[in-house]
Design a protein around this ligand. Structure first.
Ligand SMILES: *Cc1c(COP(=O)(O)O)cnc(C)c1O
Length: 361
C-alpha cells in the first residue's frame, strides 16, 4: 500500500489512525454484529456514537452550555440559506464581509431572505487580503454579521474578529474548524462542512447560541429550521450516521493522540512555518497573500509562469504530492495543510520544491 501526501482543499486527508480504526470496525462495530453504516440511527449503539461525538466536540472546543450542537446535512452551502431563514427575523437586515467566493455565496443567498449589505470587500486584489473593518460602518440593527473565517480558495483568514457588539457574529468555519482553540462565545453561529477538518463529506456541523433558535421566518421549510434539529437531538430524520462516526474518531484522535486544540495549533503552526518560510526565501515560488492575513490551513503560491506551474503540479503528483493545483480562480498552486497532514508531509513537500527550483532555474 502506498499512501500519497494529499494536499486537497476538500474532501481532504484524514488521520491514518482514524482510517485504520474504521477499517477494523467496518464489518462489526464493537459487538454489534454489524457495520455502523448498517445500524438503525435509533439503536442504542448508534445513540452512543452520536452522543459521544457531541460530547467530544463540546469538550475539545470548550463549547459553553448555552450553545446547541447540530449534526446536519446539505453542506456549508445549505447554511448560506439556513442562517438567514432562521436569524433574519427582526430588522431583516444583515452585514457581510466579502473575502472570497464562499463569503460571496453566503451574501448572495441571504439576499433572497432579507436586505444584505457588503460592508467591505477585498475583491479589488483577488481576495489576497482581509479588508480593514470600521465598526462605524456596521449596522447596529442587523440581525447578524457574517464572515468567512478562513478563505479556503484564497488562503486568507481573520486574525482579529470584528467587534459587532450585540449583533450576533456568524462565521463559516468550514476549512479551519478544530485547527486551533477559539472562543465559541464570540460567535452566535459557527458552521462547517465536515469534509475539510472533521471527517468525510455529508456532515455539516452547526454550533449555535440557544437564544438564536426558534425565531425562523414563516416560510422556513421544516428541514431548514434549526428548531427542528435542536428539539430532536439532530434525529428529526436520519442523520449522516457514518460521517458522524468518523467525526467522532477524528475528535478522539485530536483529544488523545494530539492532546487537544492548543497542541493541534502548535502542530499546524509548525507545518505553516516550514512552507511559508520556504516561500519567503524562494526565488521561484511566491505566496499570493499579504503576510498578516495568511491562513493556517490553505497556502496558495505561484511561480509567475503558468507553464512552470503546470510542470510543478505534474511532477509533484508523480512524486506523491497530490492535489496541489490551485483553484481555477487563482491559478498556480495551493497546499491545503489540514490537521491530518503530518509534519513530515510538509517537510518532504518543501524539499521537493527546493529541488524543483534548483533544477528549473
Ligand atoms: C468548502 C467550503 C464551503 C462549501 O462547503 P460544502 O459543504 O461543499 O457546501 C463553504 N465555505 C467554505 C469556507 C468552504 O471551504
Amino acid at each position: 500500500m502506498a499512501r500519497v501526501y494529499n494536499f486537497s482543499a476538500g474532501p481532504s486527508v484524514l488521520p491514518e489512525k482514524v482510517l485504520q480504526t474504521a477499517a477494523e470496525e467496518m464489518l462489526e462495530y464493537k459487538t454489534s454484529g454489524q457495520s455502523v453504516m448498517e445500524m438503525s440511527h435509533r439503536s442504542k449503539e448508534y445513540e452512543e456514537i452520536i452522543n459521544g461525538c457531541e460530547q467530544l466536540l463540546r469538550e475539545v472546543m470548550a463549547i459553553p452550555e448555552n450553545y446547541k450542537v447540530l449534526f446536519l446535512q446539505g453542506g456549508a452551502s445549505s447554511q448560506f440559506a439556513m442562517v438567514p431563514l432562521n436569524l433574519m427575523n427582526k430588522s431583516r437586515r444583515a452585514d457581510f464581509v466579502i473575502t472570497g467566493q464562499w463569503a460571496t455565496k453566503a451574501y448572495q443567498e441571504a439576499q433572497k431572505f432579507g436586505v444584505c449589505r457588503a460592508i467591505a470587500s477585498s475583491k479589488d486584489q483577488t481576495f489576497s487580503y482581509i479588508p480593514k473593518l470600521n465598526p462605524a460602518d456596521f449596522d447596529p440593527e442587523a440581525d447578524y454579521f457574517h464572515i468567512c473565517y478562513n478563505n479556503t480558495i484564497y488562503g486568507t483568514r481573520f486574525h482579529q474578529l470584528p467587534d459587532t457588539g450585540k449583533v450576533p457574529l456568524v462565521a463559516d468555519f468550514s476549512s479551519c474548524i478544530l485547527s486551533e482553540p477559539i472562543n465559541v462565545s464570540d460567535f452566535g453561529v459557527i458552521y462547517a462542512g465536515a469534509q475539510k477538518n472533521m471527517g468525510p463529506a455529508g456532515l455539516t456541523v452547526v454550533i449555535i447560541r440557544e437564544d438564536l433558535i426558534g425565531h425562523a421566518q414563516e416560510i422556513t421549510p421544516t428541514m431548514f429550521n434549526y428548531s427542528t434539529h435542536a428539539e430532536n437531538g439532530s434525529m428529526y430524520n436520519t442523520p449522516p450516521t457514518y460521517a458522524i462516526y468518523i467525526c467522532k474518531l477524528v475528535l478522539e484522535w485530536i483529544k488523545n493522540d494530539i492532546g487537544g486544540l492548543a497542541e493541534m495549533k502548535k502542530n499546524n503552526e509548525q507545518k505553516d512555518a516550514l512552507l511559508y518560510n520556504f516561500l519567503d526565501q524562494s526565488k521561484m515560488f511566491k505566496g499570493t497573500v499579504v503576510k498578516e492575513d495568511r491562513s493556517l490551513m490553505n497556502i496558495p503560491f505561484v511561480t509567475g509562469n503558468e507553464e512552470l506551474d503546470k510542470k510543478f503540479v505534474k511532477e509533484a503528483a508523480a512524486a506523491g504530492f497530490v492535489n496541489l493545483k490551485g483553484h481555477r480562480s487563482v491559478g498556480g498552486m495551493r497546499a491545503s495543510i489540514y490537521n491530518a497532514m503530518p509534519v513530515e508531509g510538509v517537510e518532504k513537500l518543501v524539499a521537493f520544491m527546493a529541488d524543483f527550483e534548483a533544477k528549473n532555474q
